[in-house]
Every structure is written in C-alpha cells, then in structure tokens.
Design a protein around this ligand. Structure first.
Ligand code: GH3
Ligand code: MG
Ligand code: MG
Ligand code: MG
Length: 323
C-alpha cells in the first residue's frame, strides 16, 4: 500500500483529492494545509533512524498545491529535492492555471508531473498511478544498488583476508606496504619489516597432521597479529607458514621489541612440538630489517633484507631473532 501526502490549503480541494484517491483504493492518506507542515511531516517520517531503518512508513507520493500561504508548493518541492532523504519522493504539483511559466518552474524544481484545477478525476488517478509506478521502480533500483554495494564491500573485505587465519593476506599487505613506503619516504621516517617463520613446521604437519597444522598456523597468526600495537602496524600471512609484520615509523630497536613479543606470545601458546629439533614447543624464527625509504633502498630490497635475516636466524639454529 502506498502512503500519499496531500498538501492543499483549500479544504474543498483537499477533500476532493482525498475522496478520489480513497475510491481508487488508497487508504494511507495524510492531508496538511500548508507546506511548512508538509516539510515537517516528511522530515519526521522519512528521515531514517540512527541505525538506518526508516522512522516509520515513509511517503511514496506528494500531491502539492502550488498556491499556498507562506511557503509555496514550488519552493517546497525544491527543498524536498535538495534533501537526500526526501528527494526520491515524487511530487505532483497542482496549479490553479496552466500558465507555461508555472509549469517550467515546477519541473525545474523537480516535480514529476502536474495537475490543473479543477481536477479531472480520471486524470488524477492516471497520473498518481504512473508516479507511484515510477517510485516503485526507483525503490527497487536503489535496493538493488544497496545490495550490490554491500556485496562489493564484503568482497573487498574478504579479498583482503587470509582464509585460513583470518588475518590480512598477501594482497592486502602488498597494497599497504606500497602506500606506507611512500608515506615513510615523504615523512622521512623509518619503516621496519619482520619476517616470521615457524620452525620445523613440515615436521609438525608430519607428526600431528595437516588439520592440527592449520590450528597451529591460526594460533601463531593470532600471536603475530596480537603484537601489532599501532593502527598502521600490519601483520599478514606472507605465504605458507610464514608471516610478515610491517611496522611504520619504527626503528630497529622498536622492531626488535616487537619481534621479541611475537616470540614470547608464540612461546606462551605452549603448543607441543615433539619432533622439533629446537624445543619441545612450537617456536618461530624472526628476521628483521629497517630502512629509511628514499635513501637508495627500494621496497623489495627491504623485504629481501628481512628474508636474509630470517635465513640467518634459521642457519644459526632457529628459535631466534636476527636483525
Ligand atoms: P624451517 O624450520 O626451516 O622453516 O622448516 P619448515 O619445515 O618449517 O619449512 P619448510 O619450508 O620445509 O616447510 C613448510 C611447511 O609448511 C610445509 C608445508 O606443508 C607447510 N604448510 C604451508 N602452508 C600450510 C598450511 O596452510 N597448512 C598446513 N597445515 N601446513 C602448511
Ligand atoms: Mg491553494
Ligand atoms: Mg618454517
Ligand atoms: Mg617457510
């Protein structure tokens, strides 16, 4: 059912409109006799609540007399079309005459159609029906657009997350790293990278199975992500059982402190790893590097430096940090 607002200062005209529409089956009719009251009622009913849900049943159509005391119908229409919450409600203007300049002003203000007094009832019904059909189409299109946007947002979110661990994936890391590199170069600030790799993880899988291996990956991912403290810090799964932490505006000492925290959090997981040659528990090796972007180094070189440090940590016996 459609909700229609009639705005007319003539009680006779308003009653005639109401009667005719009621006869056409429209029973949700509101009548006001001035445009300010109309604007207030529209604002109350069509402005969504803070959670986005409509305050109550919004109007689907406004039939508005042009000649009204105070605020005239054309100005009120223009105000509606400037209000994001009201602009989709079609307005049919009602003029006492069919003067061409009123027509043009009305359409310029955003009216969808016109009726001329005295009202022809067949014409009223036909124009109301057409306006309501258009409104339904607009509503459907808007709903589709919103659904599509929600899907896009969800897709964007998911396409940035690693499916197994739920932390950022490589795609998100690459984008964020490129942006942070430029920012660090512009602001002359250091940027640090930590590469974190689980020790003897192949043996872990061999001993406990791949599903338990997946659980271990998720737990280590939480430990790595839990060591990020600033909003711009980013922990991501770099691939396999290897994680990367990007630490903007962080020097080597700061990066070392984060690496120690990662190691400690992993240790506190106390995940048994009996086939590890390093420890009876799951451990990680960490390689770190820091750069002042713009001083000859490029982003890949910093990653490579952290990788080389990780390799050194592995060669030196694992379960350690090399910066
Ligand atoms: P190192 O101490 O030198 O790092 O030895 P490693 O065994 O951890 O390293 P290696 O690169 O030889 O093996 C990595 C293993 O990680 C092999 C691979 O099956 C496992 N792996 C990679 N991705 C996943 C995953 O998503 N789930 C599970 N369960 N295992 C994975
Ligand atoms: Mg009037
Ligand atoms: Mg490993
Ligand atoms: Mg590895």
């Amino acid at each position: 059912m459609h909700r229609i607002l009639i705005v007319d200062d003539s009680p006779v005209a308003a009653l005639q409109l109401e009667h005719c529409l009621a006869k056409s089956g429209h029973d949700q009719l509101d009548v006001v006799d001035d445009a300010r009251k109309a604007m207030q009622l529209l604002a109350e009913t069509c402005t969504p609540a803070a959670d986005g849900s409509p305050a109550c049943r919004p109007f689907d159509l406004v039939l508005m007399d042009i000649n009204l005391p105070g605020l005239d119908g054309i100005t009120a229409t223009r105000m509606m079309k400037a209000d994001p919450h009201l602009q989709d409600i079609p307005v049919i203007l009602i003029s006492a005459s069919d003067e061409k300049d009123v027509l043009e002003d009305g359409f310029n203000a955003g009216a969808i159609d016109f009726l001329t007094k005295p009202i022809n009832l067949m014409e009223l019904r036909a124009r109301v029906k057409a306006a309501l059909r258009l409104k339904e189409e607009t509503d459907r299109r808007k709903a589709r657009e919103q659904e599509l946007q929600a899907l896009k947002d969800k897709f964007e979110l998911l396409s940035n997350l690693d499916g197994l661990t739920g932390i950022a994936n490589r795609r998100r890391f690459d984008k964020a790293y490129a942006a942070e590199w430029l920012r660090a170069r512009r602001d002359h600030r250091p940027l640090s990278i930590l590469m974190i790799d689980i020790d003897h993880f192949k043996k872990y899988n061999d001993t406990y199975g791949h599903l338990q291996g997946d659980s271990c990956l998720r737990a280590v991912a939480r430990a790595v992500a839990g060591s990020m403290h600033r909003p711009a810090d980013l922990a991501a799964r770099f691939g396999g059982e290897e994680f990367v932490a990007m630490l903007p505006n962080t020097d080597s000492d700061g990066a070392l402190a984060i690496a120690q925290q990662v190691q400690q959090l992993v240790e506190e997981l106390e995940m048994e790893h009996t086939s590890s040659e390093v420890s009876p528990l799951v451990t990680v090796s960490v390689g770190g590097a820091c750069a002042l972007p713009g001083q000859g180094m490029d982003p890949d070189a910093l990653i490579h430096a952290a990788d080389t440090a990780l390799y050194a940590a592995k060669s030196a016996g694992r379960n350690r940090i090399v910066m």
